[in-house]
Design a binder for this molecule. Sequence first.
Ligand code: NAP
Length: 481
Amino acid sequence: MRKRFAIIGAGMSGMLAAIKLKQRGIEDFAIYEKAAGLGGTWRHNTYPGLCCDVPSHVYAYSFELKGDWTRRFSPGAEIQGYFEGVAAKYGLTKHFHFNSEIVRAEYRDRRWHLAVQDGTTDTVDFVIAATGVLHHPTYPDIVGLKDFEGPSFHSARWDHSVALEGKRVGIVGTGSTALQIVPAIVDSVAKVKLFQRTAQWVLPLANPAYSEEEKAMYVGKPERLRQSYDFWAQRFVDTFARAVVGDQNELQKIEDACRVNLEENVPDLKLRRKLTPNYRAACKRLIMSDTFYPAMQKPNAELLTDGIRRIEAAGVRTKDGMLHELDVLVLATGFDGHAFIRPMEVVGEGGRQLADAWAVANEAYRSVAVPGFHNFFMLVGPNSPIGNFSVIMISELQIDYILQLVDLVCDGKCHAVAPKAAASARFNAALREAMKGTVWVSGCKSWYLDRSGNPTLWPWSFDRFRAEMQKPDLEDFDLAA
Ligand code: NAP
C-alpha cells in the first residue's frame, strides 16, 4: 500500500530526507516548515561574519559536492545558496509548505494526524522530524534587558535595518557566533565592547579564499571532490572527534595549539590573562578563528570581564559600577539545544506524550526514535554526534538507517515500528556511562549539557556511530503486526 510521509523542517536534514525519499521513488510526502523558506539555521542566521566552522568540502551532501566554494570555511549566505540550489535541482519545491508550523502530531488508528498552525490538517503514515537543534534563541536573564533604548536583537534574528557603521556596539557572549561577529564589524564601528562571562579556547584556523585555479581543480571533477571530502572527514575523525571522547593525547595537542595561539598572538599580558580559559579545550565547542585575537587588539575593541550587573537605557552597567554607553546591543547568547521538536505536541501510542517521555531527559534510541512512538523518526535527535563531525554526514547515516526501518513497513513486514523500551533504556544507560570519559563533563558550562548536566552528544568514536547506523538490530524493535 502506498504510504504518505511528513517531513517536519526544511533545513539541511529535512531536505536530505526528502531527497532520499524521492530517490526511492516516493513522491507522496510534504515538507512542513514554520519559516517562510528553506535553509533552517542558514536561513535564520545572517549575522556579519557568519561562516561554517566545518570545511566547505565536507559541509555538503556527499552526493552533491560542490567544487567552487569561495573559501575553505564557507560564508553562511553561500551555504544558504547551496541549499536553495539543491532544493531546485532535486525537485523539492512542490513539496514545501512554508509558514506551516506543525503544532500537534497524534498517532491514532495507525496513522499520524497532523495539525498545522493555520488550522489545516494532514494524515500520514510516517513522520520524520528534522526540526534542528540550535533553533530556539536563548535570551539572557539579565536585569533590565528591555530597558535598553537603542536597537537590540539576538544574533540569530539580526536586524539588518540597523546600520552599525560608526556606532558603539555591545556584544553579550563569547561563543562561536560572537567571535565571528567581532572581527567582521570591528573595522566599521566606532567601538565594539565584548561582554565576556567565560573565556574561550581558540584554534587559529585560517579561512583562505579558494583561488580560481584551486576551484578549477574541483569543479566538474567528482573524484577529486570526493578525495577532498574524505580527507577533511578523516581529519576530523582522527583529531577532534577522538579528543572529545577521551583521547588525551589528541586533546592535549589541541589545547597546546590553542595556548600557543594565545601566547603568540596576544602579547599584552593583561588581555591574555582575561582571554585564558580555566577549563579544558573542547569542553565547550572549540572556536576556530585566526581573526578574533587580532580584532580584540584593535584600538576600538574592548573586552569586559567584570560581569554584567544590569542593562540600562543607555547601555550596559558592569559589576564594577561602570556604565558602558552603547548605540546597539547584540545578544550572542546562544540557543536552547535541548528543546528538540518542541513546542510541537507529539502524542504516541495510547495517548503517550513525548513531553512526558522527555520530562526528565531527551532520551532516544540511537538518536533516531523513541519507544511508544511508532513510525516517528528523528534526524539529528538527542545524542547525535553533532559536537564532533559535520552534521550533514551524521544526518546521511541516520536517514539511511531510518529508511531501513521504513522499508519493513512498506514491504508489509509489519504495520509500524518503534524501539523497545528496554533496548532504549540499555542504550541510554551505556551512553551515560560513556559520557564520564568525555571532555564535555570535565568542568565547564556549555549548551551541550542538559538540565541534569548530561551532554546530549555522542560519547563514542565516529567509527562506532557509523557501524551502529549501518543496519538496525531488529531485536531492539517492536514490529507491530
Ligand atoms: P553559545 O556557544 O551557547 O554561546 C553563548 C554565549 O553567551 C556564551 O559565551 C555565554 O556565556 C553567553 N551568555 C549566555 N547567557 C549569558 C548571560 N546571562 N550573561 C552573560 N553571558 C551570557 O552560542 P553561539 O555562539 O551562538 O554558538 C552556539 C553553537 O552554534 C556553537 O557552539 C556551534 O555549535 C554553533 N555555531 C557554529 C558556528 C560555526 O559553524 N562557525 C557559528 C556559530 C554558531 P558562558 O560561556 O559563560 O555560558
